[in-house]
Design a binder for this molecule. Structure first.
Ligand SMILES: Nc1ncnc2c1ncn2[C@@H]1O[C@H](COP(=O)(O)OP(=O)(O)OP(=O)(O)O)[C@@H](O)[C@H]1O
Ligand SMILES: [Mg+2]
Length: 590
């Protein structure tokens, strides 16, 4: 049989259904609609004008509803199907509106929706389908790892509650022993009551500021929540909050209720929101973003995830069967959900370590140079005289020390990807702000102060009774500071590759070559300096002394700290190194 499709109303997340208008060979025009159960059941024809028909319809409806519950509790994606015969007048009216809407330049979506509402009503129920919406490979494992890493996983889906719970169970987000708090309100007051009841029942006290999981209310502390994430809290089963889209409509609008929801949600181990519209997904992300300093990441594959992806601090799009909208709106795109584990636990970790270190190092690199110049000013009657040639000052940041910073900032790795994937807890170093914090900053600044003093005073004393000239001193300081900051970087670099060697040691060589070149130009006042002072042994010994003395406190500090208070990362590094050494030793044994 050949059917003519006259019109098509695409699926959208507001209507949650789609329809086609077809002409049958006998010239009858029919509209066929499929969509989510709640959106379809509300547009069925309840009064056909015929008693027998009414009875039949209500029987079909009952049977369909029981099938729907059955399908969705098996985790199947359900769709309800309906149809309606269009008479000539209805058809003409729709066709006119449809044609106008499809060719309209302004408000096309709204006009099409209006045209759809003309025919998507008074439907005859045909039945329901259940399709298996298979989980992608590796989803349960990825979710488990993310949870071990101290990341709270919330699921926001447009699916039916039963389907969502069943999928939650199959991806091990929900477990049987979890206590489920279900919020399914149909009015504002009911939602508010359900929230307060749940709060009272599950001991979430807002007065004393400590929630069930020990997380602070008001100043909600992500660290506390993460630390306690595995603990069920007061010996009870962990909580799972399950809330539907209708309730969210009432809750997210009101401040008080939003606050209640926030308290409840942050005390639960898992939050599952079902039947949520795209804008509500963004609303939930905003709920967390506006009340905490936590970082939010949203991951999704469909057009209905776009607003959430845009709202979150980090948006990840999965390219799949649902089109490219999510990918276009995202910061990172990936082929499968399980790659999120690698993105966060491996690349997220590496980047955090690198950026944290680099910020500190750049403060240090520039401050040590400026402070060194500053100490000299104190001895030149505050005249702001510089002992360095202008070229050395310019080249310091531009050539002498820039490349190693960039190379280490891109290539350094504290741990191998295997270790990071194997021990997701290592990701929590970021939650604890281990690589960059207030304390670390001031320790670095103290170290910088010390190093600048060493650079300045060591030559001050070694050359105290000589008649060394300003340019020779300047040349010594330039070389000393460049070697010092590069050796400092070398001391902190954890992954050595060929390029790192070239960048760090090459920078020192280039500095020396540049100094020789600058000192070879007769028009400069420093002409010939390096040829003269470079032959003095004291010059080289002074530089060596500066490096040793300058880095000694840092070296000792690192050794003592790592011996007495090793971090998780330190321990994992040692284990990694041992793993490499032991097989080698075994090989060497006869
Ligand atoms: N093409 C479609 N035609 C008809 N109904 C659909 C279609 N796509 C989805 N639906 C129905 O609309 C509901 C909501 O869809 P929506 O895309 O908002 O969320 P979802 O795909 O179920 O979940 P997720 O948010 O996880 O992508 C679905 O549960 C389904 O019942
Ligand atoms: Mg979808």
């Amino acid at each position: 049989m050949r059917l003519d499709v006259i019109g098509l109303h695409e699926f959208d997340s507001v209507r949650k259904r789609m329809s086609v208008v077809v002409r049958f060979p006998n010239n009858r025009v029919k509209v066929l609609v499929k969509g989510a159960d709640n959106s379809m059941l509300s547009i069925l024809n309840s009064d056909t004008g015929n008693e027998v028909n009414n009875l039949l319809q209500s029987k079909i409806r009952e049977a369909t509803e029981s099938h729907l519950t059955n399908y969705s509790s098996q985790g199947l994606r359900t769709l309800v199907l309906g149809s309606r015969d269009l008479n000539e007048i209805e058809f003409k009216e729709w066709q006119e509106q449809y044609e106008e809407a499809s060719t309209s330049i302004h408000d096309r979506t709204a006009k099409l929706r209006q045209a759809a509402s003309l025919i998507e009503c008074d439907l005859t129920l045909l039945g329901a389908t259940g399709i298996e919406d298979k989980l992608q490979e590796g989803v349960p494992e990825a979710i488990e790892s993310l949870r071990q890493a101290g990341i709270k996983v919330w699921v926001l889906t447009g699916d039916k509650q039963e389907t969502a719970i069943s999928i939650g169970l199959s991806c091990r987000l929900l477990t049987q022993e979890m206590q489920q708090i279900i919020i399914n309100g149909t009015s504002e007051s009911e939602c508010s009551r359900l929230l307060s009841e749940a709060k009272e029942r599950f001991l979430i006290r807002s007065g004393d500021g400590v929630g069930r999981n020990g997380s602070m209310k008001g100043a909600y502390d992500p660290k506390m929540a993460h630390v306690n994430d595995d603990s069920p809290g007061f010996g009870a089963a962990p909580l799972a909050l399950i809330i539907d889209g209708t309730s969210l409509v009432y809750i997210l609008d009101k401040d008080l209720e939003s606050e209640l929801l926030f308290e409840l949600a942050t005390s639960c181990k898992v939050v599952l929101c079902c039947r949520v519209a795209p804008l509500q997904k963004a609303g939930i992300v905003d709920l967390i973003k506006s009340r905490t300093c936590d970082m939010t990441l949203a991951i999704g594959d469909g057009a209905n995830d776009v607003s959430m992806i845009q709202m979150a601090d980090v948006g990840v799009g999965i390219c799949g069967q649902e089109g490219r909208q999510a990918v276009m709106a995202s910061d990172f795109a990936m082929g499968q959900f399980r790659f999120l584990k690698r993105l966060l636990l491996v690349h997220g970790h590496w980047n955090y370590q690198r950026v944290g270190y680099l910020v500190l190092y750049n403060f240090y690199r520039n401050a040590v140079f400026v402070l060194m110049l500053f100490w000299y000013i104190l001895y030149t009657a505050y005249s702001a005289t510089s002992a360095l040639t202008d070229w050395s000052s310019v080249f310091y940041s531009l050539i002498y020390t820039s490349l190693p910073t960039i190379v280490v900032g891109i290539l350094d790795k504290d741990l191998s990807h295997k270790t990071l994937l194997h021990y997701p807890k290592l990701y929590q170093a970021g939650h604890r702000h281990e690589s960059y914090n207030f304390q670390l900053f001031w320790i670095t600044m103290l170290d910088t102060l010390w190093q600048s003093l060493v650079i300045f005073y060591v030559p001050y004393f070694t050359f105290s009774n000589t008649c060394i000239d300003i340019w020779s001193l300047g040349s010594l300081w330039t070389l000393a500071v460049v070697i010092l900051v590069n050796v400092h970087l070398a001391m902190d670099t954890r992954r050595w590759v060929f390029i790192t060697h070239v960048a760090i040691w090459g920078s020192i060589v280039i500095t020396f070559i540049s100094m020789v070149l600058i000192d070879s130009i007769p028009v400069f006042p420093n002409y010939g300096t390096i040829y003269n002072i470079g032959t003095s042994l004291t010059y080289w010994i002074t530089i060596l002394l500066i490096i040793i003395l300058g880095l000694l406190p840092r070296f000792l500090g690192k050794v003592i700290y790592q011996m007495l208070w090793p971090t998780d990362i330190q321990i994992a590094r040692e284990a990694e190194i041992l793993r490499k050494i032991i097989p080698k030793q075994r090989e060497m044994r006869p």
